[in-house]
Design a protein around this ligand. Structure first.
Ligand code: HEM
Ligand code: SF4
Length: 549
């Protein structure tokens, strides 16, 4: 875990006091709606369909079991006994009472948590890889850099009123699991030809109304300059980003309007003033911040376990779960394990307070009391001993946390849509559950193989539909709910945006549409070919023809 120092704790405590006063002034009529709006948004509080919605920050997706237990207690005491893990590694509460939100923030502050930077036109919660620190393909543990960025951006006076929200993602490994190309700034660490660590800087990516994948603005940045270079980028954006039109305010629009070359020229000119200034990070600073993260007391183990091999051979249900949910680890004898928050028939990404407590217990028993949240809306125990995996599975299974569907069609990314969100054009949770129910045969799911299906209830794209192999977007047609389908989107190093296959469908047609897309794939696939690769090879047409036949 990252452990707060006095400065971190003071900031969070002062924020609670300040927000308590702001809320009470609003409730007593001393502040108008307009005056209160920016104050509440700075503390993650939205006004939503049924109730306010509170978005709690989980910086770089890292949680301790103690924090998760606190979230469970908050969900019971102040909400309806559950929370929603979002695609930006945050937790959303859908039913808090406005007058109780200062109390919620106070409870959070007791476990080094807050809701700062989860909303508003500032640099938002920095996201990264859920396997940070343990992935075998890692170049650098990205969390220390993400933490340095967090410290630098929290309350940054120059960047607290940007033209629009600003999202930064850091990938520290060869496989990009942080979707750097779909962020305002994406930082991709790699080794250069001299085997020195460097950063490829992506800029101007983002989904939403105008989906654009980022462009490389600098191929090789010496990592020491990460802050000053980000500072230069955001300064250019802050100066020239459009404030007259909310739909054109994101940096992606500025980069597109100027062209990457011109944008880069301006950033480099700005950087000349900033390069080597005190915000330059040196080894010492990186080490200092790294020390705030708990070092795990790994045991020296063999990378093989007879009992594990035995049960993996003889227990089919366990083996199919292992295949999807257990991931390689840097340390011999350890694995990372994904607990699925996508049991069939329930809202993707939701966890009940009981489940949160169970996961906290599992983290204590099997993973040094720590866990992570992925942008796919699942929970990860990063440091599980090979020999403990079977016991872990049995316990997780008993609490609906071991659906063996990680990376498969029913591991759906889904925004809250019309059930909760006032911006929605259509519901998205019932679409997810109806598709999950239509693909309830686990053997078939495993046979279909890797497939990402992402659903958003409107063009804001919280459910990342553009980068789903299959993407579903809720649209409004004459006051009724319809769904537009895209295929061929992909996250990761070779990211792509999906292509719309044609006119939209009614809700009840959606499971059938997905089935038809799968039929084409099953018929046309080469051995070992994933759905996305078949789509890339054949193009949209065969799929389109079958679906609209
Ligand atoms: C329930 C209340 C929510 C509201 C009012 C809300 C609001 C918005 C808005 C207005 C945008 C569009 C911004 C733009 O112009 O790019 C957006 C985008 C986004 N939101 Fe939400 N959102 C909500 C829930 C969520 C949830 C549940 C998630 C995650 C599951 C999420 C994560 C995101 C993400 C990832 C984007 C992506 C678009 C981009 O790349 O910028 N939001 N949200
Ligand atoms: S995509 Fe639209 S409907 Fe879904 S959560 Fe975001 S704003 Fe709401």
């Amino acid at each position: 875990m990252y452990q707060y120092d006095n400065i971190d704790q003071t900031i969070v405590n002062e924020r609670v006091t300040q927000f308590r006063d702001q809320t009470s002034r609003y409730l007593s009529g001393k502040l108008t709606d307009d005056e209160f709006r920016p104050l509440r948004l700075q503390n993650g509080l939205y006004i939503q369909r049924h109730a306010p919605m509170l978005r709690i920050a989980i910086p770089y997706g890292l949680l301790s079991s103690k924090q998760l237990r606190k979230l469970a207690d908050i969900a019971d005491r102040f909400d309806r006994g559950y929370g929603h893990f979002s695609t930006r590694q945050n937790l959303q509460l859908n039913w808090p009472k406005l007058e109780e939100t200062p109390d919620i923030l106070e409870e959070l502050s007791k476990v080094e948590m807050h809701a700062i930077q989860t909303s508003g036109n500032c640099i938002r919660n920095i996201t990264t890889d859920q396997f940070a620190g343990v992935a075998p393909d890692e170049i650098i543990d990205p969390r220390a850099i993400a933490e340095i960025l967090r410290q630098w951006s929290t309350f940054h006076p120059e960047f607290s009123l940007l033209p629009r929200k600003f999202k930064i993602a850091v990938s520290g490994s060869k496989q990009d699991r942080a979707i750097v190309q779909a962020h305002d700034i994406g930082l991709e660490f790699y080794y250069d030809k001299e085997q020195k660590m460097a950063i490829r800087v992506w800029v101007g990516g983002g989904l939403g109304r105008t989906p654009i994948l980022g462009s490389v603005i600098r191929e090789h940045l010496e990592w020491e300059h990460v802050l000053t270079y980000c500072e230069a980028i955001i300064r250019v954006y802050n100066l020239h980003g459009r404030r007259d039109n909310i739909y054109k305010a994101r940096i992606k629009i500025l980069v597109k309007a100027l062209g990457v070359e011109e944008f880069k020229k301006q950033v480099e000119a700005e950087w000349l003033h900033l390069k080597n200034s005190p915000n330059t990070i040196n080894e010492g600073e990186l080490k200092r911040v790294t020390k705030f993260f708990t070092q795990m007391p790994y045991e020296k183990l063999k990378d093989q376990d007879d009992a594990f091999d035995e049960v993996n051979k003889n227990n089919k249900a366990f083996a199919s779960w292992v295949k999807r949910s257990v991931h390689p680890h840097k340390q011999k004898g350890y694995r990372s394990v994904t607990l699925s928050l996508k049991p069939h028939g329930l809202a993707p990404g939701d966890a009940t307070s009981d489940q949160m407590r169970i996961v906290a217990e599992l983290a204590d028993q099997y993973s040094f009391g720590e866990l992570r949240v992925s942008h796919e809306q699942n929970l990860i125990l990063a440091d599980v001993k090979l020999k403990d995996i079977f016991k872990l599975w049995e316990k997780a299974k008993a609490h609906q946390l071991a659906t063996p569907n990680i990376g498969l069609l029913t591991d759906i990314i889904c925004c809250p849509g019309g059930d909760f969100c006032s911006l929605a054009n259509a519901k998205s949770i019932p679409i997810a559950t109806s598709i999950q129910e239509a693909f309830d045969d686990l053997d078939y799911l495993h046979d279909i193989g890797e497939l990402e299906l992402n659903i958003s209830g409107c063009m804001n794209a919280c459910g990342h539909h553009h980068i789903g192999h299959i993407g579903v977007l809720g649209v409004d047609k004459d006051g009724s709910e319809w769904y537009q389908v895209t295929i061929g989107g992909k996250q990761g190093n070779d990211a792509s945006l999906g292509t719309v296959i044609g006119p939209s469908f009614a809700a009840e047609e959606m499971p059938g549409v997905v089935k038809k897309l799968i039929d084409v794939y099953i018929k046309q696939r080469n051995p070992e070919e994933r759905f996305i690769d078949t789509v890339r090879r054949l193009g949209v047409n065969p799929f389109k023809e079958h679906v609209y036949a």
